[in-house]
Design a protein around this ligand. Structure first.
Ligand code: AMP
Ligand code: MG
Length: 649
């Protein structure tokens, strides 16, 4: 794809405001009231095609199972009264009837007093018999009789008709998801077809000029369409049958045509993006023309997810999810899944919940129900939940989180050390074996790779060096990766350790100046010369690093008093610096060698940064910690680090 759109002229700078924001509960109640009750959409399907579907009606057993009284063992059908006096000393002798009742054979002769009939497991009880004697408890007496040395109680080894399933009994309830066990019950009753809920067909549309489908190349300023894939999957996970209609540009006519077609072919339409009330956002205006009653809620007191738009058009739900993928998913799960499941004939979702302590304070906006994603780790006395939020634009926080907690609309914060209820994304918590909290480095994945292969779950939570140290002091992690430079002692990391922590040397990361290859201002120069030549060119723009970053100290030393253009652009990661230079937004900056090389940029080495680990001494003997230390010092680990451009300590 080479499509590079020209920027549109601003048509209007008007921003309609969200005038009526509904509470989450209010919005959901109105949405459901506009959709339910509705005609059930059951369809008759063969047993072979119903696995995973929800029954749309109760199923009543049409027959007794078993259909007749039957023997549970191989033996003889008898009248128990004939054996009431039988004992070791005085065995009872019964004459054998001229019949053998195998499985599937209907008995022809009655069992009269003083007689017995040979019967196999599963065989129907003959007339007159009321008990079975196991073959092991009999002795033949000639070929025509048996001796029995013990009494038999009435009903012994007999399963009565209907004892498993009784005719007329409610076998399965509407809403039950059909699994193999349910299919077994239906088959046992001879049921070949059942009424199941037809999965609602849900059309999925992404909107935005900037969206490119995965598998195609990005053009400058484009991003991949994340919502298309994630919303489609989430619909299928919750009883719908999703159909993806692609990403449509922000063009009112094209979008309206796509929405009309998608809605006509489906039971429900889910869009994402374009729901802010900005000038380019047109989908909500289109919805108003699609059918009655139209928009139910536009603006819901949720965080993330305020711009959510809920509508019903001639009986079909139409939804616009916010554009940011995590906002889209939270609103989808919280507000759309209940409706989708009801349409699909499924019971409400029952997500597993656990209680956990939240070690840090979480500020929250008053008046909005706030969802905060968390990672769970095992603490000394119970689970600890770490907020993993990186803002509503981050998709990785979704993948790394174990679940989320909810902060009530009426609270302006969750204080540190509060006990919170965490709703899990998966049915069970898997508490990680090794918890690493601190500064992230791509080298970390290389070292932990063998742990993952050995089945150990490693959780690494990126909160920066200082955040990691704080977590380590509180004993909430095993290791805190840090790269903190102490100006006074001119050493890394050691001066920052406190009681209970010890330093495990990690690796060195060469820091230096990045520039685009072939740029004569930098090519072939030393770092000092390169900076001098950058400062001499008024057209040259730099990219800085955030205050507190070790790299920033190096930059400031090189610059002295100079504050060149770009100085105030202060991203927080090595990768952002490389991206700015590669994309011509800046001409030089400082990053680490592996990142510069991965972006195919020129690199002038300057100084090595020490990336080490603050180890919580009290947790040193844990097996996973030992495995990490082994991996760190192993030949394999050191070779992998070296290959990626790091220098193992
Ligand atoms: P919008 O509501 O259209 O203004 O979108 C808000 C933000 O979400 C913008 O940064 C969009 O680029 C982003 N966004 C919208 N749709 C998608 C999508 N399908 N996948 C990933 N990001 C999206
Ligand atoms: Mg958009």
């Amino acid at each position: 794809m080479t499509k590079t759109p020209v920027p549109k002229k601003p048509e209007s700078l008007d921003q309609e405001q969200f005038l009526t924001i509904l509470s989450r509960e209010d919005a959901l109640a109105r949405f459901e009231a506009a959709l339910f009750p509705r005609e059930p959409n059951g369809e008759l399907r063969k047993l072979a095609d119903v696995l995973g579907s929800a029954l749309s009606e109760d199923v009543v057993a049409p027959i007794d199972v078993p259909p007749f009284d039957r023997s549970n063992v191989d033996g003889f059908a008898v009248r128990s009264a004939d054996l009431s006096a039988a004992s070791e000393a005085a065995p009872a002798r019964l004459r054998l009837n001229d019949e053998v009742i195998a499985c599937g054979v209907a008995p022809a002769r009655p069992v009269l007093s003083g007689t017995a009939t040979s019967i196999a497991t599963g065989g129907p009880l003959p007339r007159g018999a009321d008990a079975i004697v196991m073959v092991e408890h009999t002795q033949p007496s000639g070929s025509r009789a048996i001796d029995i040395r013990r009494a038999a109680s009435p009903g012994q080894f007999v399963s009565y008709a209907g004892s498993d399933i009784a005719r007329g009994e409610a076998l399965l309830r509407a809403g039950t998801i059909v699994g193999s066990r349910e299919i077994g019950m239906l088959a046992a009753c001879g049921i070949a077809e059942v009424m199941v809920a037809r999965k609602p067909r849900v059309a999925v549309l992404s909107t935005g000029d900037e969206l490119v489908q995965p598998g195609n190349a990005l053009w400058p300023a484009a991003i991949y369409d994340t919502n298309g894939a994630i919303v489609t999957a989430a619909i299928n996970e919750n009883g719908g049958e999703a159909r993806f209609y692609g990403a449509i540009a922000d063009d009112e006519a094209a979008l309206e045509a796509a929405m009309r077609k998608a809605l006509a072919e489906s039971d429900m339409l889910v869009l994402s993006g374009g729901t802010s009330k900005g000038a380019g956002d047109v989908s909500h205006r289109i919805i108003a023309r699609l059918g009655k009653p139209g928009i139910i809620a536009h603006g819901v007191a949720l965080k993330p997810g305020k711009p959510l738009c809920l509508a019903v058009c001639d009986g079909k739900p139409v939804v616009i999810l916010p554009g940011f993928p995590t906002s889209a998913m939270f609103t989808f799960h919280d507000m759309i899944v209940p409706v989708l499941r009801r349409m699909a004939g499924l019971p409400p979702r029952s997500d597993a919940k656990v209680s956990a302590r939240v070690p840090v304070r979480i500020a929250s906006e008053l008046g909005r129900t706030e969802f905060v994603m968390v990672s769970l780790v095992e603490g000394a006395d119970g689970l600890i939940a770490y907020p993993t939020g990186k803002g509503s634009g981050a998709i990785t926080s979704f993948a790394q989180a174990d679940g989320f907690l909810k902060i009530d609309a009426l609270a302006d914060q969750m204080p540190a050390n509060a006990e919170a209820e965490v709703t899990l994304f998966t049915p069970h918590v898997r508490v990680p074996d090794l918890v690493i909290v601190g500064s992230h480095c791509t080298g970390l994945d290389l070292v932990t790779a063998p742990l993952a292969r050995a089945g150990l779950a490693v959780r690494s939570i990126a909160v920066g060096s200082l955040g990691g140290l704080a977590a380590a002091r509180r004993g909430e992690c095993d290791l805190a990766p840090i790269h903190l430079f102490d100006d006074k002692s001119e050493t890394y990391n050691t001066p920052f350790l406190s009681e209970g922590l010890e330093l495990v040397p990690g690796w060195r990361r060469m820091q230096g100046i990045v520039f685009r290859k072939g740029d004569a201002r930098f090519e072939g120069k030393s770092a000092q010369e390169a900076v001098r030549s950058a400062l001499a060119d008024p057209a040259c723009i730099m990219v800085n690093r955030n205050q507190g970053a070790g790299t920033r100290i190096l930059i400031d030393r090189l610059l002295g008093e100079a504050r060149p253009d770009g100085y105030w652009n202060q991203p927080r990661s090595h990768n952002a610096v490389a991206a700015a230079v590669a994309q011509h937004r800046a001409d030089w900056g400082m990053t680490i060698a592996p990142v510069a090389h991965a972006s195919d940029l020129g690199f002038i080495p300057l100084a090595e940064e020490h990336y080490d680990f603050a180890l919580v001494r009290a947790r040193k003997q844990r097996a996973a910690v030992q495995a990490f230390l082994d991996a760190l010092s192993s030949e394999e680990g050191r070779a992998a680090l070296t290959k990626a451009g790091f220098r193992p300590a």
